[in-house]
Each structure stands twice: as C-alpha cells, then as structure tokens.
Design a protein around this ligand. Sequence first.
Ligand code: NAD
Length: 386
Amino acid sequence: MTRKIAILSGDGIGPEIIAEAVKVIHCLQREYDFQVELEEALVGGAAIDATGGPLPQKTRELCQQADAVLLGAVGGTKWESLDIAIRPEKGLLDLRAEMALFSNLRPAILYPQLASASTLKPEVVSGLNIMIVRELTGGIYFGQPRGIRTLANGEREGFNTLVYAESEIRRIGRSAFEIAMKRGKKVCSVDKANVLECTELWREVMTELAKDYPEVSLSHMYVDNAAMQLVRAPKQFDVIVTTNMFGDILSDCAAMLTGSIGMLPSASLDANGKGMYEPIHGSAPDIAGQDSANPIATILSVAMMLRYSLNETKLADKIEKAVNTVLDEKLRTADIHTEGTRKVGTEEMGDAIVAAIMRDMWGDAGGGASTDSQCARSSGLSNELD
Ligand code: NAD
C-alpha cells in the first residue's frame, strides 16, 4: 500500500533540514520496500511570498488527503511586521486546528554521547527520557474573546481567554495515559489549579480518567514547581501532560536539558493517529543557508511518523539506530560540537545517517563500496522535490 506524505519545507533552515529527512525516506523506500509518495506544498513565509497567505488552499487539501505531514519550520524576520493574522506562524496554527491535531508529543531524550552538551551536570541528565504531551488546539492560544481594546479612560488593555471543555481535557489525558502504558506507566499532570479555575477542572478530569488506567500512577504538579523540578531532578518524570501554553514553555525547557533543540522531534496527532511531524525548533534565520543546521530533529521526526502514523516501527528503529551510530562516530553539527568530536555540516550529517542505515542493511562489507554512490543517489532523489 502506497502512503502519501505531504512535505512542507517552510522557511529559514526548513528546506535544508527537510532535504536531509527526504534523503532518509528515499533510502528506506529503496532498501526496505517502503511504499511512499512524497508531495511538496508551500506554507509560512514561502507561501506568503508566492500566494499572499501563509496556508494556501492547495496546501490545506494536500494535508487533508495525505497520510502524514512532514514540516520543516516557518517564520523569519522578513514577515515579522505583517499583521498577526497573516504571519507565517498563523499558517501553522491554522493547519494544526484544521487537521484537529490536539495531541502534541514532544520527547526529550538525552543521548548518552551528548551528556556533556547539556548545561546540567551529566549525573542529573544522563539517561533522561521524558515524553511531554501538550494539548495543542485549545487553551489560551485559541480562546475567545481575545484582542487589544481601549478602555473608557483611554488606556489600552490586552486580553486573552483560557478555556478548556471537559471533552478536550479528557481526550488529551487519554493520549497521555495510553502513551504511559507503553512506557514507564507514570503520568504527571501539570496545571495551575491553585489560581486558575480552568485548570482546576483539568485536574478533576485527569483524576477521573486515571480510574480507567489502574496500572498508571498519576501525580499532579503546579506549573511553577514543574519548571523547577525539570531542571532540579528531571529524571523523576516519565510522561508529562499539560495545557497548550504550559506545554509550549516546559517542552522548550526540557529540550535544553538534552543539549540542543536541534536534536528533538515532535508529533502532533489527531484522534485517528494521523499526524504532522516536525522538529521542535523554529526556522533559525540566524543560521539559514549556511549548511550548519542540525538535521537530526527532522530526521527523528520521520522516525516518529513511521511509528505513530504509518505503523512501520521497524523502520523507525532503523533511523533511531542510525542516529545513535553517527553520534558514536563522533560526528556533530555546530550546535552539539564539543572538543574531541568532528564538526560536520547539515548535508554531511544527513549523508552519514543514510550511510549508517545502509550499513545496517548490508553490513560493512556489502554496503561499504556502494554507500557513497547510494548517498549521492539519495541527494539526487531529494532534488526531485525542488
Ligand atoms: P529557533 O528555534 O528558530 O532558534 C533558536 C536558536 O536555536 C537559534 O540560535 C538557532 O540558530 C538555534 N537552532 C534552532 N534550530 C537549530 C538546528 N536545527 N540546528 C542548530 N541550531 C538550531 O527560534 P527563534 O529564533 O525564537 O525563532 C525563529 C523563527 O522561527 C521565528 O520566526 C519564530 O516565530 C519561528 N518559529 C517557528 C516554529 C515552527 O515552525 N514550528 C517554532 C518556533 C519558532
């Protein structure tokens, strides 16, 4: 069965990191009879430049039809002065809402090879493996009313609304409990129930839901304490489930524990497991076009796509193993480079991961001779998308 993947490169480093992820997909296609069709579409600033809006109709349709979506990143200084309603980031928010991608999975895994790249002591972070489950289509980022108004006394006032329906809390809670069942069977629900009624309800619903999962232990934590605990003793967490805004902030914090945001993938899923997959970082305009972005977060996003939407767990394992191999070989992009390791660019890192997948398939003897040409072919194939 041929599956369709929508490829949305976006802006800044987006096209560079997506090109490397596409090389990996083509390698799996060729070597493991993985039947997949890739189709590219515009989003974000690139779409604004070409069509006047950040989410063209053609992109919407492609994403609705596809089995999964792979996204680079959107945004950049060029579009910052635009009205917030037509900025690149709005395209992404609209797409998440239209596809009903309410469950955002953000793993924070510390690869042992990168323990020294974390700003925390190796003994605090070594072996870290947290899954943050963030609600993605509700809460204060979407609540109405919202805006900036002028009061009777002439002063301006900004306002947003934090709102969660019980059903929204229940479905994200279920996502978290299901994932915990496949991991360490611990869920920590993060809220601010001591001040916000909306999250008081959040806590009540999570507690009710826990009755359906007797094997999972549920704890609750206020968000300020959770932020502190994440840097004090992060290994206490298995699965964290939280609201849109709290998850946004905590997941970036958790990401830094692992050394670089260039290493971390994410998945955003709907109720049927269809998803959009993207690195957690943005478009990094400061390093765009320099062949220095780390493509690993995007390549690991492909692994998540294989695992969560395409039911190809073995292929996901192959990618994750190949990433481990190149880290063992001490290849590092600039963001994770330390003394005693070899600094490589975006393309070389992508090629090395493809080569590691090939070696895994053919072994050193069989694959060694063909690896370079296979990599070159991979690069050529990725250009089909240009
Ligand atoms: P950013 O994540 O783009 O960059 C933060 C820092 O991390 C920068 O120093 C950057 O060089 C570095 N970095 C990011 N990804 C990297 C990678 N793969 N390899 C090496 N270094 C990497 O965040 P920002 O600077 O706050 O935002 C830049 C633009 O991206 C803004 O327009 C913002 O709105 C947008 N953004 C988009 C998304 C998304 O598309 N999902 C997410 C966050 C930010």
